[in-house]
Design a protein around this ligand. Structure first.
Ligand SMILES: NC(=O)c1ccc[n+]([C@@H]2O[C@H](COP(=O)([O-])OP(=O)(O)OC[C@H]3O[C@@H](n4cnc5c(N)ncnc54)[C@H](OP(=O)(O)O)[C@@H]3O)[C@@H](O)[C@H]2O)c1
Length: 336
């Protein structure tokens, strides 16, 4: 198969390129070459999608394309330039397209979406992140209308984790549980956590291209309880039975411990019930359509190996050790 990746030089795009190359496909990655580098053995074509004619150097036909863009204009230009030269078209979208963050157990086929981005909003980067979901909704419609629903695979990724993830989210828990000692665990052990290993998502996208899978699916594994998640990460690090102290969300909020990511955060934790639908999606249709999540221990092993090999790659973030100790001390002393 001739596979074109629009992107293909960072995290997910590189994982798709690697998987497709290893499966024996002829892979082209097209990007500016600004934020990352293509994997070995993949043809690289330098393109700038900000230019409406920026894909002119992509000649010939492709059996399939995977696009990771966030910008409606990029998808519009791509459909105009390549629409009649591509067999199957995958678009990597996001769970941020969903309008209802509260209700657990929603399905891609029926969940309500946020409104599309207004015509003058095209770049949801920097301080315009609130337009990320709306821009992806617009991208999805441009693709469906442009190439036809029977050729389009819309894959709405959830939190993507694994090797080459430079965020402070999953890596925080790998680092923290590897260190050991008393660990501040947010919320309760039964709250859901949901994510997808980048290699599993990449494998599914390549398989979808090979088989011509069409339709709209969530690209995320099944939810699991946070207690099991933390225990399995610890076990994958060779430190079973972590010493977890569960601290309720009201106490955390009062002590300025923040959810999800960034400074003073406990990653993969979101306040309930406001975000009860965010990491509890019903993904049975994705699993039936070929998404095959690996055991968490493998994700932990790959992430840890990559973090060891690239000690400065992960963004600083999460609750710093001194901050965690202070919150735990205050938690234990709250009844004194
Ligand atoms: N990470 C998560 O947890 C998460 C969760 C949900 C959904 N997603 C989605 O998953 C996908 C992740 O993709 P990814 O890991 O490959 O990272 P990405 O940051 O989306 O990669 C963007 C790619 O597009 C290229 N690019 C950007 N601007 C360009 C331009 N003007 N012209 C040509 N190429 C351009 C970049 O290379 P250059 O800059 O060098 O051009 C890069 O290869 C995205 O669609 C994201 O929205 C991610």
């Amino acid at each position: 198969m001739r596979l074109l990746i629009l992107g293909g030089t960072v995290f997910l795009g590189r994982a798709i390129a690697r998987h497709a190359r290893d499966a024996g496909h002829d892979v082209t990655a097209a990007a500016r070459g600004v934020t990352g580098t293509p994997v070995d053995g993949v043809r690289f074509v330098r393109v700038d999608r900000d230019d409406p004619d920026g894909l002119a150097d992509l000649d010939g036909t492709y059996d399939a394309v995977v696009d990771v863009s966030r910008r409606p204009s990029h998808v519009r230009h791509a459909v105009a330039a390549l629409g009649d030269r591509i067999g199957h078209w995958s678009f990597v979208s996001t769970g941020s397209v969903y309008a209802d963050a509260v209700t657990p157990g929603q399905r891609a086929a029926t969940a309500p979406l946020v409104d599309p981005a207004p015509a003058d909003v095209d770049d949801p980067s920097g301080d315009r992140m609130e337009w990320y979901g709306p821009c992806k909704v617009t991208c999805e419609s441009i693709l469906r209308d442009g190439v036809g629903a029977d050729r389009a695979f819309i894959c709405r990724a959830g939190l993507i984790v694994g090797a080459e993830d430079i965020s402070d989210r999953f890596p925080y828990w790998v680092r923290r549980l590897a260190t050991g000692g008393e660990v501040l665990a947010p919320g309760t052990p039964d709250e859901p956590v949901q994510f997808v290993d980048v290699a599993d998502l990449a494998a599914w996208l390549v398989r979808a291209a090979e088989t011509g899978l069409a339709g709209t699916y969530d690209g995320v594994g099944p939810a699991l309880p946070r207690g099991r998640f933390l225990a399995e990460v610890a076990a994958g690090l060779g430190r079973p039975d972590p010493e977890l102290t569960w601290v309720d969300q009201e106490f955390l909020a009062k002590h300025d411990v923040r959810p999800w990511s960034g400074e003073r955060s406990l990653p993969l934790w979101l306040p309930l019930p406001e975000y009860g639908g965010f990491m509890s999606r019903d993904v049975s249709e994705s699993l039936a359509a070929g998404l095959a999540p690996r055991p968490l221990a493998e994700t932990v092993r790959d992430t840890r190996q990559w973090m060891t090999d690239h000690p400065d790659a992960v963004k600083a973030g999460g609750l710093a050790p001194g901050e965690e100790t202070k919150v735990l001390r205050e938690w234990h002393g709250r009844l004194a």
